[in-house]
Design a protein around this ligand. Structure first.
Ligand SMILES: [Zn+2]
Length: 302
């Protein structure tokens, strides 16, 4: 009995000591918890937020942001987030409202604000066919892949900066300094990619399974030819046409991304006597990845 009491006292004392040594959640040292939709956004927010932020990502690595469904655990974690940075990927259409309900005090910041989106590639002509890829992933006709063009990331960075300063005004100087560094990096990256892809004719065509590289193509004067249109795989007839066009234009490579099946891509590659090249639009090491992709494009477009 006495011993038990002793243990209780010890536990109480320890609890007290631990309580003393832990910072209270309102102290300045506590990171600002935020959530983003996709991995490249984590890269952007960490570039500007540095140590002051802790970033959770909704669409887990390998998952597809067109069809993603958050895990229950993620919905619970969301209640700790002060900001949700959206970017306009399709799953947000269904889920942003639910996020707002689950976490009513969380601010939802559309990082795509101020960016004029381009339409997806030419309308597909096979509405009557079945949809092996499930429901249209990019319905509404606008291209969501704005995080793959450095000039557009500059605008997203600006939106992220404003939101961080608003949520954590005491970090303003840090955020602004980080933002300036990141903006410089973006300018350098843009120049590097432009130099890599500048030789040769403009509007060189490239084949891609899922059309994620439209803004990238616009920025560096290339022309994206998608295999999939609005989330649907090609019909046999459309596939034949694609192959004939690719042969005619001397295209010898098809780009794929790890989030989608490559079966059709391999068929096309065989038919054009070319190769399948992986280019990931959702990589976390955004900057290095974009440069790698640019080099892949350069080698494929020779
Ligand atoms: Zn996409």
């Amino acid at each position: 009995m006495k011993e038990e009491r002793g243990i209780c006292e010890l536990v109480l004392m320890l609890t007290f000591l631990i309580g003393m040594s832990l910072p209270s959640p309102t102290l300045a040292g506590d990171p600002l918890k935020v959530t983003v939709s996709i991995l490249p956004q984590k890269y952007f927010v960490e570039k500007i937020g540095g140590d002051r932020v802790e970033v959770s990502v909704m669409v887990l690595p390998g998952a597809n942001p067109a069809t993603y469904e958050p895990r229950p655990r993620q919905m619970v974690d969301l209640t700790n987030s002060k900001i949700y940075f959206s970017v306009g990927v399709p799953f947000e259409t269904v889920w942003l409202d639910k996020f707002a309900h689950a976490s009513p005090k969380m601010e939802i910041v559309p990082t795509q604000a101020g960016i004029e989106k381009i339409p997806m590639e030419p309308k597909h002509t096979h509405d009557d066919e079945d949809h092996p890829g499930g429901p249209a992933s990019h319905s509404g006709g606008k291209d969501p892949h704005i995080w793959l063009s450095p000039p557009l990331v500059m605008l997203q960075a600006r939106n992220i900066l404003s939101a961080l300063i608003k949520a954590d005004p005491s970090g303003r100087a840090d955020y602004e300094a980080n933002y300036r560094n990141f903006a410089m990096e973006l300018v350098e990256l843009d120049l590097k990619i432009a130099a890599l892809l500048s030789d040769g004719d403009t509007h060189r065509r490239f084949l891609v399974y899922h059309p994620a590289w439209g803004y990238f193509a616009d920025a560096y004067r290339l022309l994206q030819i998608p295999v999939e249109t609005e989330g649907k795989g090609p019909t046999p007839k459309a596939l034949q046409r694609l192959i004939a066009d690719a042969r005619h234009n001397g295209i010898r490579a098809i780009f794929v991304q790890p989030q989608f099946s490559t079966k059709n891509a391999e068929t096309i590659a065989r038919a054009i006597n070319g190769r399948v090249i992986e280019a990931d639009p959702l990589a976390l090491d955004w900057q290095a990845n974009l440069l790698r992709v640019a080099e892949q494009f350069k080698s494929a477009l020779k």
